[in-house]
Design a binder for this molecule. Structure first.
Ligand code: GLA
Length: 382
């Protein structure tokens, strides 16, 4: 009998609906076939032991001290933040060793942090039941309150609730979701710019604040508006507010509408319209929300000129990371070769490129060897 267990939580690619989640709007992510795996075993010394294969780094924590630990600005904050949230709910943290391995590239806009948080929650729970929505929310709280990033709910939600073969459309106000089938005759290709510009976290915080300023202004004129989710483009135009704040609000309001339009286009199998909406979303992020950068703009501009590409946009928080591209399946090899050589020629960077396959949300893995977790000595466990 082997006492080790393995838990998996996926990264995500957001198809459309960027920076709409903390404005209580809609998002349309897919959980990815790239995931974080945590193998747990009893800790030999009564402490919580964390080992990251990626960082080749080992840390140990006295469990009773976890609630009073300060943030350390270290990768362990994601795990400790989740442990604190669980403890605050009265859930006991057992003395475990956590061996963490992630396939989700950091800084790529594919939510490596949410994958780590959600995998940590499942690992620390050790199969004890907690509502899946509660898991997503406590992981989000860990990131906001402990890691210090004022994020929305999308990444943790989709890491928990992701589905095979489908995207999920999340209503970030009601926290209800529905699955959305993506037409079979299109491949979803992520192209990693391999850059992540440093202003990310502070710029994210600024955007959150600018949206709050916009809501205050709009509400003075239209009292029914409590978040940008409630506002329409005409209300944004008619409200006096600083030009910059107006552009931020316009991105969110139009992006929200694009999610619905995209879902309808996907239901009709209208690939050209889906592609157009991708490009509109990117332009809105580029010019109104101002969260793109030269590298991802170049990737999008190049992609839309390649045969078989219906549309492209940056995905995730911004300032680098990945673009997501809708490509005719028979053209994917040529698309990859073309975009790679154009990007290499322009920036001297070799982009990582991969096909995104919608995968299931977080769970314990019963047979890590077969599932590709590739961690474990308990390959024979049923
Ligand atoms: C980051 C945040 C999410 C979301 C996206 C932008 O990934 O964690 O909550 O706001 O940026 O859509």
């Amino acid at each position: 009998m082997n006492a080790s267990r393995t838990f998996r939580a996926p990264g995500r690619v957001n198809l459309i609906g960027e920076h709409t989640d903390y404005n209580l709007g809609f998002v349309l992510p897919i959980a990815l076939n790239l995931a974080t795996y945590i193998e747990t075993s009893p800790s030999p010394d009564g402490r919580l032991r964390l080992f990251s294969e990626q960082h080749r780094d080992h840390r140990a924590f006295v469990i009773s001290e976890i609630p009073s630990l300060p943030r350390s600005k270290h990768w362990t904050d994601y795990v400790i933040g989740v442990a604190r949230e669980l403890m605050a709910r009265g859930i006991r943290i057992e003395p475990l060793s956590l061996n963490i391995r992630s396939e989700v590239p950091e800084g790529s806009g594919l939510s490596s942090s949410a994958a780590l948080e959600v995998a940590s929650a499942f690992a620390l729970l050790q199969g004890r039941q907690l509502e899946r929505l509660e898991i997503a929310r406590l992981c989000q709280r860990a990131e906001i309150d402990f890691v210090g990033m004022p994020c929305g709910i999308m990444d943790q939600f989709v890491s928990v609730f992701g589905r095979e073969h489908a995207a999920i459309e999340i209503d970030c106000r009601s926290l209800e979701y529905k699955t959305v089938e993506i037409p079979e005759d299109v491949a979803i290709i992520a192209v990693n710019s391999m850059v992540k510009h440093e202003l990310g976290a502070s710029a994210y915080r600024n955007r959150v604040e600018e949206c709050a300023i916009a809501v205050d202004a709009i509400r003075r004129r239209f009292p029914g508006v409590h978040s940008l989710r409630d506002a329409n483009p005409a209300q944004v135009e008619k409200t006096p507010m600083p030009r910059l704040v107006m552009r931020r609000a316009r991105h969110v309001v139009t992006e929200n509408a694009r999610v619905e339009l995209f879902v309808h286009a996907a239901a009709r199998g209208d690939l050209s319209r889906m592609g157009e909406l991708f490009v509109e979303s990117h332009r809105s992020m580029q010019h109104d929300y101002e969260i793109t950068c030269d590298e991802v703009d170049f990737l999008v501009d190049s992609a839309v000129g390649i045969r078989g590409c219906y549309g492209a946009r940056m995905t995730g928080g911004g300032f680098g990371g990945c673009t997501v591209n809708l490509v005719a399946p028979e053209e994917t090899d040529r698309f990859q070769d073309s975009i790679r050589s154009l990007y290499k020629e322009r920036f001297r960077i070799d982009p990582a490129i991969f096909r995104c396959v919608p995968a299931a949300g977080a769970a314990e893995i019963r047979n890590p060897a077969l599932s590709g977790a590739g961690l474990s000595s308990d390959a024979h466990e049923k």
